[in-house]
Design a protein around this ligand. Sequence first.
Ligand SMILES: NC(=O)c1ccc[n+]([C@@H]2O[C@H](COP(=O)([O-])OP(=O)(O)OC[C@H]3O[C@@H](n4cnc5c(N)ncnc54)[C@H](O)[C@@H]3O)[C@@H](O)[C@H]2O)c1
Length: 456
Amino acid sequence: MSNILCIGAGYVGGSTMAVIAQRCPQHRITVVDVNAERIAAWQSDRLPIYEPGLDEIVFSVRDRNLFFSTEVERRIAEAEIIFVSVNTPTKTFGRGAGKAADLQYWEKTARQIVQYADGPKIVVEKSTLPVRTAEAMERILSSGRRGVEFDVVSNPEFLAEGTAVADMQNPDRVLIGGHDTPSGRRAVETIAEIYAHWVPRERIITANLWSAELSKLVANAFLAQRVSSINAVSALCERTEADVTEVARAIGLDRRIGPEFLRAGIGFGGSCFKKDILNMVYLCEHYGLPEVAGYWEQVVRMNEYQQFRFVANMLSSMFNTVSGKRIALFGAAFKAHTNDTRESPALAVCRALLSERAEIAITDPHALENARADLGDEAAKVRFEPDPYAAAAGAHAVALLTDWPQYAELDYEAIFDRMVEPPFLFDGRNLLDHQRLFEIGFNVFPLGKPPLVHQP
Ligand SMILES: NC(=O)c1ccc[n+]([C@@H]2O[C@H](COP(=O)([O-])OP(=O)(O)OC[C@H]3O[C@@H](n4cnc5c(N)ncnc54)[C@H](O)[C@@H]3O)[C@@H](O)[C@H]2O)c1
């Protein structure tokens, strides 16, 4: 039996440790956080994050071999393996502001580990970090006066929110980076053995520490790049009467390209893509590679442009003003099957419409609480409405912003009847049946396809 500790009870720490606890009943796993409210929520019937399948797992292993606690110091002393999954947001101040990773939470954790550890430990970087962070981690850990031995291993997390449990249960690969020394190799093998309880050995790959750290940034950069690429194409489609869905299908059947991540929409969101690309941009600048930095930065700019374009299109279609008009926003989460609204394009669209003085009613099946918190002062100007039909009542337009599948199943005739004439529907995710909506009477604006507009 091993005592495993995870510092950081967020989207990553909570989901990954729940699955490890389920798959490895012989290990005792504790997840700690400085946020007492979050820990209390993990201990309650209403978990702090929404992920399909997560409740069942947590409820089955909690207090058996999965524990949640705020006692960071004591738990550090007990643990043999410490996963660190604290947040690593973009720096908002000083050198590198707006691009570099803010490592203050991560460094505090390293200092706590060195202060309270009294025996050898394997420290696992699960947070996404700039390449060569392990070097700094090792320097802090070796500064301890007690002479405790630490092995630092990089095990970046590739799960996606919305499918976190399924991704953990059946990962494409698990990546573990370590030093090529006897104790480094032993540490990598110890972590590999945990995953080998349910992941086939050929999918557990090892690498040097720097490759492992960098691979996570590169994976997110490539994924985000595909989103920005197809969104760039959607803009061209709108000018040429090509259809972005048809183009995506045609190119996705090429095995060298593949079909995934080719859906045009209002852009990527979530806490990771933007911050990780900007982190990579900062690293490229730091290492004297401005052309490489500029290449990746454009992926983020294209994402912002797509949201700008969507709102500009709403404005021009609605007679160049939305001031005082009710607009119903369907979706607040950055994508379906999560309650996460961090960097959500839906909230970016919401803010842009508020600045045009639209009256906003926003609906979402799981993310309204987080949306309210993220909108801050602007939340007072927004109506948060769990029922999409009520949100659409009296609206001039509906804008679909999150690809929740239930939004495709709504009764759009009933929605049409509740709206102001002529009703507009902007499908920011190309989720709906546009022809049918047009036949109901909507003026329909998909993304990257010709609009369907009734002539007066
Ligand atoms: N969210 C994702 O989909 C995802 C996927 C892969 C990797 N990652 C990476 O994993 C890391 C965590 O992401 P997240 O989404 O889980 O973040 P999160 O903000 O949901 O959770 C981080 C938690 O760490 C806690 N924390 C911060 N400092 C602490 C300290 N000193 N001691 C104890 N707890 C502390 C915070 O209170 C917070 O609850 C980030 O580096 C992120 O880039 C995230």
